[in-house]
Design a binder for this molecule. Structure first.
Ligand SMILES: C[S@@+](CC[C@H](N)C(=O)[O-])C[C@H]1O[C@@H](n2cnc3c(N)ncnc32)[C@H](O)[C@@H]1O
Ligand SMILES: *[C@@H]1O[C@H](CO)[C@@H](O)[C@H](O)[C@H]1NC(C)=O
Ligand SMILES: *[C@@H]1O[C@H](CO)[C@@H](O)[C@H](O)[C@H]1NC(C)=O
Ligand SMILES: *[C@@H]1O[C@H](CO)[C@@H](O)[C@H](O)[C@H]1NC(C)=O
Length: 431
């Protein structure tokens, strides 16, 4: 898709050039000025440095433009629907990424991430061999490949001074953070110490990690962060990265982190509307004014038909009956705001749901969902529905690339845990 877009852009620039040439008089005038300037520069020896500078500016500008292309604008138009259906050899199964819309949280100033698809591809190439050395091979109930890569990539890009993790389980994510930053301290909050799992099988305990675990466990919201930061010598909270994989209401976590003055957060399970065991940012920002956001419980609609068809193919796809609760409540999960692994849940009104998104948008500067690593024809994943997901890093059909990156060496099961992991940057709280 990137290539197609840049080609289109190049063609567009060509058109503009032609337009100018039609206006002969203007061109001639410009030419004579340009020639005079060129002659002068050649004489004075400035021509080449200036050409180099222009090329450099062009390269930087195109990098900047590419980073904006990362959002899957419309995979339907970029890939012929029919050929894809044929490709899968299954009538009615459209794996078009994002065809049912991919809701996102709007950022106040339109700020986006700095990294490009190319950076992600490069990262993948580097990460696959690292992932193969993971201590916990079978991480059921924990992170699979897509999110492990996302967390590693984001962490390595941001290079935090301190990493905080909430929800460690056997310690796989602690290990991922450690691979990204070999000498950076970690704080891990998790009720059961990962060393407890060592008795039954593989687990990872980090030697540069402060564990708030076992009898020392404290919930993220009850930690006195200013004291802990002082103890770790951290003065700039924007240099801290927080990773949440604790299945708590993400609105609650976002508020707690914002109040404490943090700004870089990653949420592992960013469940789509109608799914999951806690209220997620994706759910919160699923609103009528967002593409793919807001839903109708009308059973005889395009969305309803598409959803029910896709439910036959993808385990996590939800149909309208699954989406809508009493009183046609579709937000959250059937109108409920779930929390703490669904141990508690609260019915919320549409107005409250709407206000929640307004709050999130008022503090979020960047919202970026980690794309799935590769299309389902390559990974053979069967769970997430591509229709609600952004374009994968390696698109369907690109088996050569998939193989070259070493991804074909991994077991299929590691690709089955994608739930739209998200990175958010919040504006620092005014102190
Ligand atoms: C899905 S697992 C985490 C998986 C892990 N990040 C990995 O990479 O495999 C969720 C973890 O959150 C822990 N947990 C439960 N309540 C928590 C809380 N309030 N704060 C932090 N962790 C919590 C659970 O004990 C469990 O270990
Ligand atoms: C722990 O991290 C510090 C930097 O914060 C580093 O100097 C030290 O070598 C690390 N210790 C171990 C055991 O990795
Ligand atoms: C954290 O601890 C400090 C020092 O003990 C105290 O002054 C501050 O009020 C505490 N903050 C909170 C939010 O409890
Ligand atoms: C979540 O909790 C609600 C209410 O207790 C229950 O009806 C529902 O079945 C639970 N869902 C899951 C997936 O555990």
């Amino acid at each position: 898709m990137l290539n197609a877009l840049s080609l289109r852009r190049a063609a567009h620039f060509g058109d503009e050039g032609d337009e100018h040439q039609e206006d002969g008089s203007k061109t001639r005038k410009q030419l004579s000025i340009a020639m005079r300037v060129t002659n002068y520069l050649t004489r004075t020896g400035y021509l080449w440095p200036i050409i180099l500078l222009a090329i450099l500016i062009f390269v930087i500008a195109s990098l900047f433009l590419h980073s904006r292309d990362l959002v899957c604008v419309s995979s339907i138009s970029s890939f012929d629907r029919l050929s894809r259906t044929r490709f899968f050899g299954l009538d009615g199964l459209e794996s078009d990424f994002g065809s049912l819309g991919v809701p996102w949280c709007r950022s106040k100033h339109g700020k986006t991430i700095e990294w490009t698809s190319k950076d992600l591809l490069q990262g993948l190439e580097e990460f696959v061999p690292i992932y193969e050395t993971r201590p916990i091979k079978n991480n059921m109930y924990g992170m699979g490949f897509d999110h492990s890569f996302g967390l590693w990539f984001i962490t390595r890009w941001l290079k935090p001074e301190l990493m905080i993790e909430s929800g460690a389980f056997k310690g796989h994510s602690t290990w991922v953070l450690r691979q990204a930053m070999p000498n950076t301290p970690i704080i891990s909050l998790t009720p059961r110490h990962p060393s407890k799992y060592l008795m039954k099988g593989p687990a990872y305990v980090d030697h540069n990690c402060t564990y708030f675990a076992g009898k020392d466990f404290v919930d993220f919201g009850n930690v006195n962060w200013s004291t802990v930061m002082k103890k770790h010598g951290v003065t700039d909270l924007t240099r801290v990265l927080i990773f949440f994989d604790d299945h708590q209401n993400e609105l609650k976590r976002l508020k707690q982190a914002h109040k404490a003055g943090f700004s870089h957060l990653v949420f592992e399970d960013n469940y789509d509307t109608g799914t999951g065991d806690h209220y997620s940012l994706r759910q919160i920002c699923d609103q009528f004014y967002i593409q793919g956001g807001g839903h109708s419980c009308f059973k005889d609609s395009d969305e309803a038909r598409q959803r029910s068809r896709r439910k036959n193919f993808w385990e996590k796809a939800v149909d309208i009956e699954g989406l809508c609760g009493p009183g046609e409540a579709w937000w959250g999960v059937k109108g409920y705001m779930r929390d703490d692994f669904n141990h508690t849940n609260k019915q919320i009104s549409y107005t409250q749901h709407f206000e929640n998104s307004r709050f999130v948008e008022s503090v979020v500067d960047v919202y970026w969902e980690v794309p799935p690593v590769a299309g389902p024809s390559l990974t053979h994943q069967t769970r997430y529905d591509p229709a609600r997901v952004s374009c994968p890093i390696v698109e369907d059909g690109r088996f050569g690339l998939f193989q070259r990156l070493g991804l074909s060496r991994l077991e299929t099961s590691v690709f089955n845990g994608y739930t739209q992991m998200v990175y958010v940057e919040m504006s620092p709280k005014e102190m």
